[in-house]
Design a protein around this ligand. Structure first.
Ligand SMILES: Cc1cc2nc3c(=O)[nH]c(=O)nc-3n(C[C@H](O)[C@H](O)[C@H](O)COP(=O)(O)OP(=O)(O)OC[C@H]3O[C@@H](n4cnc5c(N)ncnc54)[C@H](O)[C@@H]3O)c2cc1C
Length: 463
């Protein structure tokens, strides 16, 4: 016989964990969290395992509705801000440092200088956890949750069970069935294809998100220090002269490291990313330059397009390509000897020297070079010939099922949250989306009366 729960959460990343934390504020609900990967201390996979991609993330908490997701489209700006504050406080409670970047007069000065360079600065209040603190914070949340819910690790949801347009539960890859009154899908990018396939099977309306393709730039720490000391992460936008494309900086990692990541499930590709530790510092700062691409009809496959470009880099290099900007501009490939001679020493040693112009579309590469030149006016040295470029960085934003303001799908009591549902692109909004779904469930369960009815359970109370 299937086991029965009030709420089942699929995915143990920030969205799933924050949904669980919110549900755990009330006594009396039987909650199951299933996670495909291993426990926080046992996992080695970057994006799969308790803590999700959050566990290995750089831990930049971006505390504004303007970046990291589209929650304001569902809730409006004021409500999203309130939720972001709430989530920010919870991160503080579990160990986030209080230092706040990206606020004060010096931000206005950077903004002024950016506009003179043809760039737009998006001011973002930000706290930096660092990768190791991310893990300890998520670990503290996990420890809080363990006595309050049932956690099943190495358990992958396979089939969503529906009856009478209402969710009934979920079946795992090994055929085990769990019944539940409510289901929150929070499978992250790792499970985005699965979620989209299930949504198609259930005939839910799906919207596609644009794909962002670009490179990761690595420069000496000193080059961006004036920006990063004020902002930690400079969120800058540029409109290319050649194509009028929007190009943006993404995930700036001062004194950080460039990393490789594998994404895309069975059809996976190797892409580049970056992170930094709060305690151990490298000599370099890295950040991505991404070109957002919205396509015209009949194009319907942004993920396939992004993977195709990533695969080109994989074919040429076995993984990630690296090239000095000077080599790119002079029209020749970087070689191991040229990289070795360079002033900037790569933090990703596994990257293969080569030529990014074989991989990145002309339109994207032209825009990226233009933006590097604009950035050079704001942070002299960014467009130096020794600057390292890694490719490719691709942000696969998941297909988005049609969701209500409480993130419910077109199936009653079936909710979708986090990056896998295409509603977030970062820790804070992923976490906040889990809270939204959980709050709606709490509203609907009327858990107080249920607790009373069951007798044996304690009355509902906030911890
Ligand atoms: C290297 C790196 C650095 C980053 N740095 C930052 C940063 O500095 N700031 C920031 O805001 N964001 C950052 N991010 C992004 C951030 O980590 C994500 O936005 C966030 O983790 C998304 O949370 P989520 O819960 O939606 O999904 P995830 O964190 O991806 O978690 C989803 C979980 O669901 C599990 N799962 C998937 N499918 C199934 C299934 N079928 N059954 C059961 N479980 C399943 C997965 O194994 C995974 O553990 C970074 C990401 C990476 C990879």
């Amino acid at each position: 016989m299937a086991e029965k729960y009030d709420v089942i959460i699929v995915g143990g990343g920030p969205a799933g964990i924050f949904a669980a934390l919110e549900l755990s504020r009330v006594v009396g609900l039987k909650v199951l969290l299933i996670e495909k990967g291993k426990d926080l201390d046992e996992r080695t996979n970057l994006v799969c395992g308790l803590g999700g991609a959050g566990a290995y993330s750089d831990g930049k908490l971006t505390l504004t509705p303007e970046v990291g997701g589209r929650l304001k489209d569902y809730l409006g700006v004021t409500e999203t801000e309130a939720l972001i504050n709430y989530v920010g406080e919870l991160y503080l409670k579990y160990g986030a440092p209080s230092q706040l970047y990206g606020v004060g007069d010096r931000v206005d000065e950077v903004s002024r200088r950016a506009s003179l360079a043809g760039l737009r600065l998006i001011p973002v209040p930000l706290r930096h956890l660092g990768t190791e603190r991310c893990r300890s914070i998520l670990g503290a949340m996990r420890n809080h949750l363990i006595p309050r819910l049932e956690l099943r690790l190495e358990t992958a949801a396979a089939t969503i069970i529906i009856g009478g347009n209402k969710v009934r539960g979920v079946e795992t890859e090994t055929g085990k069935r769990f019944d539940g009154d409510y289901l929150i899908l929070a499978p992250g990018r790792e499970g985005a294809d699965w979620l989209a396939n299930e949504a198609k099977r259930l005939k839910l309306t799906l919207y596609r998100n644009p794909v962002d393709v670009g490179i990761r730039v690595e420069v000496p720490v000193a080059v961006t220090e004036e920006l990063t000391s004020v902002l930690y992460e400079a969120k800058l936008e540029y409109l290319s002269k050649s194509f009028d494309d929007r190009i943006r900086t993404f995930c700036m990692c001062p004194a950080g490291e460039v990393t490789m990541e594998t994404s895309g499930g069975s059809d996976s590709v190797i892409t580049v990313n970056g992170h930094s530790y709060a305690s151990s510092k490298s000599q370099n700062t890295n950040f991505a330059l991404l070109v957002s691409t919205n396509f015209t009809e009949p194009f319907r496959e942004p993920i396939a397009y992004g993977k195709y470009i990533a695969r080109l880099a994989n074919i040429l290099s076995g993984g990630v390509l690296i090239q000095r900007l000077g080599d790119l501009m002079e029209g020749h490939r970087s070689t191991p000897a040229r990289i070795e001679r360079g002033i900037v020493k790569p933090t990703l040693k596994e990257a293969t020297p080569g030529d990014l112009s074989f991989v990145i579309p002309y339109r994207h590469l032209t825009g990226i070079i233009e933006m590097l030149q604009a950035l050079d006016k704001l942070a002299p040295g960014v467009a130096d010939r020794h600057t390292l470029l890694y490719g490719v960085e691709v942000k696969f934003y998941s297909c988005r099922p049609h969701l209500s303001a409480s993130l419910e799908t077109e199936v009653k009591n079936l909710f979708a949250a986090g990056d896998g549902a295409g509603v977030s692109r970062g820790l804070v909004q992923a976490s906040a989306s889990g809270v939204i779904a959980a709050r709606e469930i709490l509203k609907r369960t009327g858990v107080r009366s249920k607790a009373k009815r069951r007798g044996s359970r304690k009355p509902a109370a906030l911890s």
